[in-house]
Write a protein that binds this ligand. Structure first.
Ligand code: FCB
Length: 446
């Protein structure tokens, strides 16, 4: 069997993914910059600072994408640069983004542009961020309209918002992980998540009005929730509740225009505008999440988050290595019959001990899914190590190692692996033998 090749479709998109604040540097006008300045918010007191210097010069990193053979890249546009004051748009910032998009295109790399990846302009933050429907939804639609007017000749693949569930839960439920740093505010978390979906829908319309061929979706973070003790009814129940709240409710809202009961306290705005606002759906997948019933944790639906036993963990216990966990999640999307992009997937692994195996197993799993679903591309998170939000610089997600003090990038073996997979447009025995020989039997049984 090891001579077989798991080929991907000829037009498959092979890419990497980044977010503006994590790579550009000097994004001084958003809420994250302000958050980073206060002690205790970021591991080791790190700051984004100059990040990977993309605002000055991203092109050498675009060349690295070319060296790996990528034909796609997902990047985000920083709202606080485009609209530094409410209603005032900055043509120089637009010019810089246009130059970046052109550079990507000239290299044969199709850009996917994300409009919101966790950062808000400071002026929006002062008006409550995503908490108030009437404030944020029209403002986001106006920003989207502006971006497509100014950049629509260079991009037609749009990702409106990144991970509403993560933005809402880390900002409003958990302890100081993301701004605004609230804890146990389930009411606000739900309102914010729903407003992000309504903002997505408004942006969907704004983009399509000005660009009839626009392809618009969003990036949904999905996790596989597994009961710690599969024989325990209580563990199974909380796993199912979390799967609903984190994975399925957002899909139901977008696909069927229905809020789930848990989603909104008080009188919610109509979910009807959500219907029919996905041309594709993006999945960000990192790891599985073990859960156990815990009567002392009402804020997390009575679930305690745990690691599954005997599974290797990536650096700093970020998550367990279970790339096949993406398959049951993809099945949840099947009913929508939409094209799917894997808009992020990766792990922090400074020594590149686990990454090659993770990538191979992840792509092998996706290959099976490709047989029954329209999966159009895979964007690995990420090209080079970058500013990892509250984790600062310590978590290394890059195919390339990045030394922030010198700016030097060094390819990890995974970058070479990714290059070989892209060259082959698939996975074969030679590649597995070279990069993760321990997986030959698992990937090519018999
Ligand atoms: C995702 C975020 C991305 C990065 C990765 C590791 O949740 O979208 O910006 O932080 O995790």
């Amino acid at each position: 069997m090891a001579d077989a090749t798991f080929y991907f479709p000829a037009d498959f998109k092979w890419g990497t993914a980044t977010a503006a604040h994590q790579v550009e540097g000097q994004n001084t006008n958003n809420q994250w910059w302000a958050w980073e300045q206060a002690p205790g918010h970021i591991q080791n007191g790190d700051r984004s600072g100059d990040a990977c210097g993309w605002w000055q010069d991203a092109e050498p990193d675009f060349d690295r994408m070319v060296e790996m053979g990528c034909n796609a890249h997902r990047l985000s546009i920083e709202w606080s640069r485009i609209e530094p004051r409410e209603g005032r748009f900055d043509s120089a910032a637009v010019g810089r983004y246009r130059a970046m998009l052109l550079s990507l295109r000239r290299r044969g790399i199709e850009p996917m542009v994300t409009l919101h990846h966790f950062t808000n302009p400071q002026w929006l933050e002062e008006r409550g961020g995503w908490e108030h429907t009437d404030v944020v939804v029209p403002l986001f639609a106006r920003y989207a309209a502006r971006v497509v007017k100014d950049m629509g000749d260079l991009c037609d693949l749009w990702c409106t918002v990144n991970e509403p569930n993560i933005y809402a839960s880390l900002g409003y439920l958990s302890d100081h992980r993301m701004p605004p740093g609230l804890t146990n505010r389930l009411d606000k978390a739900m309102a914010v998540m729903c407003n992000m979906l309504l903002g997505h829908a408004a942006a969907y319309r704004a983009l399509h009005e000005r660009q009839s061929l626009a392809r618009v979706g969003l990036a949904h973070h999905m996790r596989l929730f597994q009961p710690l003790h599969p024989s325990s009814l209580a563990d199974r129940t909380v796993a199912c509740l979390l799967d609903g709240a984190f994975n399925r409710d957002i899909l139901n809202a977008l696909l069927h225009g229905r809020w789930s009961l848990a989603m909104w306290r008080g009188r919610p705005p109509s979910p009807r505008p959500l219907r029919g606002t996905l041309d594709w759906v993006g999945v960000n997948y990192y790891s599985r999440q073990g859960v156990a019933f815990d009567r002392a944790s009402p804020a997390t639906l009575f679930a305690r988050l745990v690691n599954m036993p005997d599974v290797p963990l990536s650096d700093f216990g970020y998550g367990d290595i279970h790339p096949e966990g993406i398959l049951p999640l993809l099945k949840l999307l099947a009913a929508g019959r939409l094209p799917v992009y894997i808009t992020e997937s990766g792990l922090p692994d400074a020594d590149d001990r686990l990454r090659p195996g993770f990538i191979l197993r992840q792509l092998r799993a996706l290959w099976s899914a490709v047989q029954f679903q329209l999966i159009q591309g895979y964007y690995h998170w990420t090209l080079t190590d970058n500013f990892e939000w509250g984790e600062g610089w310590r978590m290394k997600f890059g195919l390339y190692a990045f030394d922030a003090s010198t700016g030097i990038r060094t390819p990890r073996r995974s970058a070479l692996l990714y290059r070989d997979i892209i060259r082959r447009n698939g996975i074969d025995g030679d590649i597995v033998r070279e990069y993760a020989p321990e997986l030959v039997e698992q990937l090519f049984p018999g």
